[in-house]
Design a protein around this ligand. Structure first.
Ligand code: EPZ
Length: 418
């Protein structure tokens, strides 16, 4: 089992182009199922979650090829509508295929997505949205059998939580419905806007992404499209927090500052200097980070839950205290115990975590607990005194392309030990 060996204390410097967004490319790959022809996706990150998704597409009968960061998907020969359990277990966000398979084939069968490191991952909102469009969904022995045999029909769907995945599933299913669908209470994340951009480019009549109400005029046939996936704003936030933790001066290109305002304002309050342009974010950090006002995770445009562990790791090695409140997931503090092994002073009580900066963390042997928790340990190690080993890299590979190589290019002392 390989691990990262990181020796902290070296400031970061330089410019880095961030890879394509995992949480945008996954729903867009599912949306390719709606298109009987070849779609071309540029800026497609090389991540294990993306590879798993390409395997599912191939298993369903599609052709899927990659060359560098370009991926070709041809769903003309889509022939199967069931996703086997072992692939569902590998990636719970495969539930996003439900809406697209129903829209294209009128049926879908997949196993209940397993829980993950963030606690239970219910899909009740996905199912109620699809049932509202006319899908019959049977849940038996952990499997979901969905039929839209009587034809899906557009109508108003109200989401009680602005669920990203449920919004995306409803958008894709609605493309296969005759009539108009209004998704009220929709998630407003930038990745939803990117999915709408892909669908519009393919000829779908979808509007409203980025607002609480998305409208889909379904039934229009979609045509092949060439599309560039947006940059990964959470990956960009990760590198910026790494520079905040280690000190130095870095520039991220390929991610837009206006998709990260909540994170950037926290970094600024903590003492970093930021300069932003439409496609560029530059951060300078000299001296220890200060404590900041409470960080409460919330649906977009609030502070993103995916950046909670990453910012916490940077502040844990600073000075001053910061309160975090995780409002999105039930169990997203699993990185805290590992940060404590590095000397962090963090008290958790329910959804709240009080971080008291200790001035500097120290190296230790730690293990990734989940994707963003693993990235947080790397961020902490870059600012820590001494050497840290970070194990369980499979979590990190799900969402970061060449994390060690990119950090080395910025001057970090990090290498993967087989
Ligand atoms: C997406 O997950 C992202 N994943 C997550 O990123 C991200 O943390 C999350 O949105 C929130 O922004 C992808 O896009 C692949 P939700 P998703 O449905 O869609 C509850 C990462 O690190 N809920 O918005 O699964 C749910 O339990 C990953 O890149 C229901 O109760 O998130 C959670 O508490 C982690 N019923 C809250 O809503 C449902 O039917 C938000 O979940 C669906 C969700």
């Amino acid at each position: 089992m390989s691990y990262y060996e990181i020796t902290g204390g070296r400031p970061l410097s330089g410019s880095l182009a961030v890879h394509g967004a995992k949480n945008s490319v996954l729903p867009i790959l599912a949306a390719c199922l709606l298109v009987p022809g070849q779609c071309v996706l540029h800026n497609c990150p090389d991540l294990s979650d993306v590879s798993a998704t390409l395997d599912i597409l191939r298993l369903l009968g599609c052709q899927a090829e990659r060359e560098g960061d370009t991926v070709w998907i041809d769903a003309s020969a889509l022939s199967r509508s069931e996703i086997p359990e072992h692939l569902m277990r590998e990636m719970r966000s495969s539930v996003i295929f439900l809406g697209a398979l129903l829209a294209r084939l009128g049926e879908a069968e997949l196993s209940y997505p397993g829980g993950c490191e963030l606690g239970p991952r219910p899909i009740d909102l996905h199912l109620s949205a699809l049932r509202a469009l006319g899908a019959e969904i049977l849940e038996e022995q952990g499997a979901l059998c969905c039929r839209g045999s009587t034809g899906l029909r557009g109508r108003e769907i109200c989401l009680s939580i602005p669920s990203v995945g449920a919004t995306e599933n409803a958008m894709l299913a609605a493309c296969g419905c005759a009539g108009v669908t209004a998704i009220v209470g929709a998630a407003q994340e930038p990745e939803i806007i990117d999915l709408q951009g892909f669908l519009q480019a393919a000829g779908a009549q979808v509007t409203g992404a980025g607002t609480p109400t998305i409208t889909v005029q379904g039934g229009t046939p979609l045509h092949p499209v060439e599309y560039r996936v947006m940059g990964d704003r959470i990956a960009a936030a990760t590198y910026l927090c790494a520079a905040a933790a280690a000190g130095g001066e870095v520039e991220m290109t390929g991610a837009s500052a206006d998709t990260l305002t909540a994170v950037l304002s926290c970094l600024e309050e903590a003492g970093c200097t930021l300069h932003t342009a439409p496609d560029k974010i530059a951060l300078t950090c000299r001296g220890p980070l200060r404590g900041i006002r409470p960080v409460r995770t919330a649906p977009y445009p609030g502070f993103p839950t995916d950046a909670q562990a990453i910012l916490m790791a940077a502040l844990a090695g600073g000075e001053g205290a910061t309160m975090f409140v995780e409002n999105i997931f039930d169990s997203r503090y699993r990185h805290v115990d590992e940060l404590r092994r590095m000397g962090a002073d963090i008290q958790v009580a329910g959804r709240a975590a009080m971080v008291s900066g200790v001035g500097r963390l120290h190296g230790a042997a730690v293990r990734s607990t989940d994707l963003r928790g693993g990235a947080a340990l790397v961020v902490a190690a870059l600012g820590a005194e001494g050497t840290t080993q970070v194990a369980e890299l499979r979590h990190i590979r799900r969402g970061y392309q060449a994390l060690d190589r990119n950090l080395r290019a910025l001057g970090a002392d990090i290498r993967e030990i087989p």
